[in-house]
Design a protein around this ligand. Structure first.
Ligand code: HEC
Ligand code: HEC
Ligand code: HEC
Ligand code: HEC
Length: 169
């Protein structure tokens, strides 16, 4: 066998041995117990605090918004997609029913143009109308620069929600 082939086999063998040693040292102990993944990932994820309440929970106190949304184009969206995780809010908001919510219980209201554009901005990398077969919906995209009405009095860009009701766009 020529010398250079012998060296090559030697080099491959060295890399293979190094790989096996590293695998022994670095592989997490629970890997492969129940599948090709780290079994500890399951209890670790279970220990994470729950943060979302689910839209049904929101409906219990905000029936008007839920009724609006149910018949509009946004019926496919969950409340918390826009408002963020709301479990704490759903648990404790009623204590402040007749007053102002403390900041820690307030939910985000996505009223800025860029926040609607996260889903609706026309993107050359996407087809113009994305058909979502899971939700059976058409996500229409606009060019937020052209779809760009200006308030004539102040010359400022209008917010999307000046014209569109976010719950029933
Ligand atoms: C137990 C009743 C209750 C539940 C459940 C509940 N809310 Fe509320 N929510 C309130 C009260 C009370 C207020 C404050 C008064 C108001 O604006 O009606 C409020 C206010 C809000 C506001 C306005 C906050 C602000 O800063 O002005 C938003 C947005 C909101 N809720 C969204 C949600 C969403 C999304 C859910 C589901 C995750 C939800 N709520 C579940 C009672 C509830
Ligand atoms: C597309 C995003 C979107 C979704 C989905 C959505 N909201 Fe909203 N919501 C908004 C925006 C934007 C505002 C602020 C409206 C404004 O300031 O006029 C708002 C305001 C609110 C408010 C406060 C109203 C007020 O008068 O201050 C409540 C309560 C609320 N939403 C509840 C809900 C509930 C309950 C759901 C689910 C049934 C839901 N929202 C789904 C975007 C959304
Ligand atoms: C999480 C993604 C998401 C966000 C954020 C979102 N939308 Fe939508 N929107 C959708 C989807 C999905 C549909 C289409 C549902 C269908 O046709 O079944 C839709 C439909 C619409 C339509 C109807 C278009 C038509 O078919 O004529 C308008 C208008 C609209 N949204 C405006 C807004 C505005 C204004 C905001 C910001 C307050 C917003 N959207 C935020 C996902 C989103
Ligand atoms: C001055 C009022 C006004 C403002 C501000 C406005 N829109 Fe519209 N929008 C309309 C009207 C009217 C239509 C329906 C006519 C049309 O299809 O052009 C529409 C249509 C749409 C559609 C459906 C487009 C389609 O192909 O059928 C989407 C999605 C939409 N708007 C999202 C938005 C978003 C996101 C913003 C903020 C970046 C926004 N709009 C700001 C008035 C407005």
């Amino acid at each position: 066998m020529p010398q250079h082939i012998k060296r090559l086999i030697g080099a491959f063998a060295a890399v293979l041995i190094l790989f096996l040693i590293m695998q022994l040292v670095l592989r997490p102990s629970s890997f492969g117990k129940i599948g090709h993944f780290r079994a500890d990932a399951i209890p670790e994820n279970k220990m994470k605090p729950i943060r979302y309440a689910g839209s049904d929970k929101c409906t219990e106190c905000h029936e008007d918004m839920a009724t609006d949304k149910a018949v509009g184009f946004h019926s496919v969206l969950q409340c918390e997609v826009c408002h963020g995780p709301g479990l704490k809010h759903a648990k404790y908001a009623n204590k402040f029913k007749d007053g102002e919510l403390p900041d820690s219980l307030k939910l985000h209201k996505p009223d800025e143009r860029r926040e609607c554009a996260i889903c609706h901005q026309l993107n050359a990398a996407r087809i113009k109308i994305v058909f979502d077969t899971i939700n059976n919906s058409m996500l229409k995209q606009i060019d937020a620069l052209k779809h760009n009405p200006v308030d004539k009095r102040t010359n400022e860009k209008l917010k999307c929600i000046d014209c569109h009701n976010p719950h029933q766009p």
